[in-house]
Design a protein around this ligand. Structure first.
Ligand code: GDP
Length: 297
């Protein structure tokens, strides 16, 4: 990362945590993402059509915001990390209580540890009669994950993504973890964001879902993202509503980028279109040079 400017401590304000859900296939990642989305107190609002865009934000009963990366599976997490984009603050490790620790559970533990991201263990499918939460806790010890119930410091919670049992407790634990981490960003500066996913839409052109890291992204901002440049023509939130500004930790879909960027690309706001073009064409040249250099003879 080439950015050297650091925000002064007095400019920092707390920001919502960004949470990723990992675990073995069929252990309930998608079900949990759906169930958590259902806890959003804003969900019933008029015009609120939920759209899939790689991340969503909920407002909890207490009024706190939590951002969830809506990309089940580990590919997105590792891919982004390989590209230097560490957007995840907290990982929820989902383990089905009837199935226990499986290969992808172990993989998820390893990825999370390698990233240095704190973990919360959600023991799912607790509604099933074959469920054995204690066995999950014991088996986790073998992978050096010591949960609170085993006198460790990793928070754990029994849940059912199906019945909704334990979801409030899970959210409380996320908020507690976030508080311990003192997650902060300066909202009053030009934005820096990370691309979560991007695509070409037939009607709207290139669309990128970004997560704002610091600053506030605004309609009209001139930007550089990866090898592309553009100007924010419009922004949509996860409910498909137009928004004028996106503060830290808010996921938004951005319209107005010249081409389709890549997941993990950094978005930065620059002062002029001239500057945006300079930076993006320099990066395009670099990318071409790199491709030429590594191309097989
Ligand atoms: P993923 O592959 O990890 O995303 O898992 P899914 O969310 O697709 O869930 C796999 C299966 O488990 C589906 O049939 C879900 O309906 C079921 N499932 C998920 N959570 C629960 C739960 O808490 N209780 C029960 N009984 N079934 C669940």
């Amino acid at each position: 990362d080439t950015s050297v400017d650091v925000d002064a401590p007095e400019t920092l304000k707390s920001r919502p945590p960004v949470v990723a859900i990992m675990g073995h296939v069929d252990h309930g990642k998608t079900s949990l993402l759906d169930a958590l989305r259902g806890t959003d107190v804003v969900k019933g609002e008029a015009g609120g059509i939920t759209q899939h865009m790689g991340a969503y934000q909920i407002k909890t009963k207490g009024g706190d915001l939590v951002t969830f990366l809506d990309t089940p599976g580990h590919a997105a997490f590792t891919q982004m990390r390989m590209r230097g984009a560490n957007v995840t603050d907290i990982v929820i490790l989902v383990v089905a209580a009837d199935d226990g620790i499986m290969p992808q559970t172990i993989e998820a533990i390893n990825h999370t540890k390698a990233a240095g991201v704190p973990m919360i263990v959600a023991i799912n499918k607790i509604d099933k009669h074959e469920a054995n939460a204690q066995r999950v806790r014991e088996r986790l010890l073998e992978h050096e994950v010591v949960v609170e119930a085993m006198s460790g410091d990793v928070q754990d919670v029994e849940i059912s993504a199906k019945t909704g049992v334990g979801l409030d407790e899970l959210i409380e634990k996320i908020l507690l973890q976030a508080e311990l981490m003192e997650l902060k960003a300066n909202p009053d500066r030009e934005a820096e964001a990370t691309v979560i996913e991007a695509k070409l839409d037939k009607g709207k052109g290139p669309l990128a879902t970004v997560l704002v890291n610091r600053g506030t992204l605004k309609v009209g901002d001139i930007l550089v993202v990866g090898t592309e440049s553009g100007r924010v023509r419009a922004m949509l939130d996860d409910k498909g509503r137009q928004v004028k500004a996106a503060p830290p930790s808010m996921p938004v879909e951005v319209l107005g980028i010249g081409g389709v960027p890549m997941a993990g690309d950094k978005l930065t706001v620059v002062e002029s279109e001239q500057r945006a073009r300079e930076v993006s064409s320099y990066r395009q040249e670099q990318a071409t040079a790199k491709r030429t250099a590594t191309a097989p003879a």
